[in-house]
Ligand binder design. Sequence first.
Ligand SMILES: [Zn+2]
Length: 392
Amino acid sequence: MPHDAVILGLKDYEIKDMYRADGGLVIEARYSGPVLCPHCNGVRLRKKDRFVRRLRHESWGMRQCHVHLEALKFHCQDCGRYFNQRFPGIRCRYRSTEVFRRQIFWQHYDGICRKRLSERQHIGTATVERWFHDFLEREISERSDEPCPQELGIDEHFFTKQKGYATTFCDLKHHKVYDVVLGRSELSLQAYMGRLRGKDKVRVVCIDLSSSYRSIIRKYFPNAKIVADRFHVMRLVNHHFLAAWREIDPQRSRNRGLLSLMRRHEENLKPEQKERLQAYLAEYPALEAIYAFKQRLCRLLRKKCCTAKRCRRWIRRLISYINQLKTCGIEQLETLGRTLGSWDGEIAAMWRFSKNNGITEGFHNKMETISRMAYGFRNFDNYRLRVRVMCA
Ligand SMILES: [Zn+2]
């Protein structure tokens, strides 16, 4: 009957009867497809016994559903072995259909906690966890041999107090997490990097200003262009600039209103705010000059999606700014100059490419949610498995 497959969600089954029992629903069914010997694929079979398999099936709304399936024991006349009938969509010796297991997987995936699911569906919490894990592994095994993405974002995030930090490898082109690996130093990543496939095809790698990541990329991704992450570059500039301000005027630099005006981009200030800031800066001519310089520097660093010709012009300007910083005589700004100087190539690459690590940082947010939903992870492999499936 054509409706049987629609009702049951399984192909080649015939519904014999349906009735209510204990507030739930029982479907009595029979398999109508061909039966083969699982050992030799033989078809010369002799029925030896019949029994009923009672299986939990996907719930209909709030009603729990059971399938009573007529099953047979056979003797294969080709290989001489005995076997119990196998059914598509139901695994051997399992007491639930795959459809039901998948339903539990998706409900847990969508955020219904183990305890609530266990109470509603009358299964154990450990069962929910085990099934969820099974399906995650099934999902990941389908794409286990994916090569490394061509546009990669690498960043660290905190995992646990005991295990420390983890490194995220993010596919910036397709907006998904490629992998997470425990550790952030070269030593802890070298085994993973060694066995990574498709390293030579990686074109762009976006990182924050971390020298350990830079040396790893230079070593393992020979053809990749390193791009600095704009957010981190701007934050660094702001950090050193505010520290220099604290040295010049320790008293007023603690004023929260003034602090907010100083750290913002000039064009985001309202006219009255601009006036207030200029009135303050007029008291300190040295600070005024530094402020104007910072605004020029930030305008340069915020440029994006440019042609190679334009980039060449701007890199000359960047180098001149860096030289000015290095020789300005203020310790904080000299440090900034040295740091920007050592990252000038990566910063110039930032103008050329539109991608940045905002995508990776966004995934870190999601990973935090995954971790919170599970009330934290102790086992990194479980965490990695979830992240790889749920952030893809
Ligand atoms: Zn056989």
